[in-house]
Design a protein. Structure first.
Ligand code: HEC
Length: 253
């Protein structure tokens, strides 16, 4: 009898510890990005396409509060393009002389318009989860660019569990509240580029990287100048040093 009890206990213990075993996410895919390394720079065409993906897909749920329309000029949109993009949105402004809020067309200095007015509204539309603001998401996650790319392409046939969460092996717990946001042909690209999930993910990550770190190119250029300056200075010091010491050395002889 005791033996049976011990056996049952062991089995229960084992199955319990197995199911409680922590989920380990897959390592991120490693992508070659033009912005990597000290000579890295932005692929502006990809960023522009990525903005289209953000605008037509992600912006339905995710805000980007830190980016203003005028910032888009950094990535190659003309002043006229930016005016048009901004004016296609209605912005809440005011209060006016009567103390009332009113809507007006956007102008370049306005920030991107958030899809939800409150966190509660965002959660209510997303199965209780709040879609995070994407302005800094690439910096807010370890190995951000590779991670966001992996997450976007990592969904497996849109499977949902009993809590309405979607399986994704790159997410820390393996399940998240975001449905697979991208599917083949979701945005229309100019030219021959195919709107595959991989291509759209690549472009939107380039866009998100620029948004999170727009000063990257300036910093790289500055870093390069500092390195050259230090190299020249070092050469100068070595030469002076040799000269001073060689004189002393000769005197001693
Ligand atoms: C239908 C709404 C919806 C759309 C569209 C959507 N998302 Fe999400 N997203 C969510 C929700 C909800 C979460 C929070 C998930 C959670 O924490 O379980 C989320 C989370 C994320 C995260 C954070 C994951 C993490 O590590 O916490 C990233 C990155 C992300 N989304 C990127 C995108 C991108 C890029 C797009 C466009 C291609 C997009 N999302 C489109 C709803 C959406």
């Amino acid at each position: 009898m005791l033996l049976v009890k011990v056996a049952v206990f062991c089995i229960l213990f084992l199955t319990n510890s197995l199911s409680a075993e922590e989920f380990k996410p897959l390592p991120n895919k490693k992508i070659y990005w033009s912005f990597d390394g000290i000579t890295g720079s932005f692929d502006r065409e990809s960023i522009q396409r990525g903005y289209k993906v953000y605008k037509e897909v992600c912006a339905a749920c995710h805000s980007m509060n830190r980016i203003a329309f005028r910032n888009l000029q950094d990535v190659g949109f003309s002043e006229e393009d930016v005016k048009q993009i901004a004016a296609s949105y209605q912005v809440k402004d005011g209060p006016n002389d009567l103390g009332e809020m009113f809507d007006r067309p956007g102008i370049p200095s306005d920030y991107f318009i958030a899809p939800f007015d409150t966190k509660e509204a965002a959660a209510a539309s997303n199965n209780g989860a709040i879609p995070p603001d994407l302005s800094l998401i690439v910096k807010a996650r370890h190995d951000g660019a590779n991670y966001v790319y992996s997450l976007l392409i990592g969904y497996q046939n849109g499977e949902q569990d009993e809590n309405g969460l979607y399986f994704n092996p790159y997410f820390s717990t393996g399940r998240l509240a975001m449905a697979p946001p991208l599917s083949e042909g979701m945005v229309e690209y100019d030219g021959a580029r195919q709107a595959t999930v991989e291509n759209m993910s690549y472009d939107v990550v380039n866009f998100l990287q620029w948004a999170a770190e727009p000063e990257l190119e300036q910093r790289n250029k500055f870093g390069f100048k500092v390195v050259i300056y230090l190299a020249i200075l070092t050469m100068f010091f070595v030469l002076t040093n040799n000269r001073i010491w060689s004189r002393l050395y000769k005197k001693k002889k």
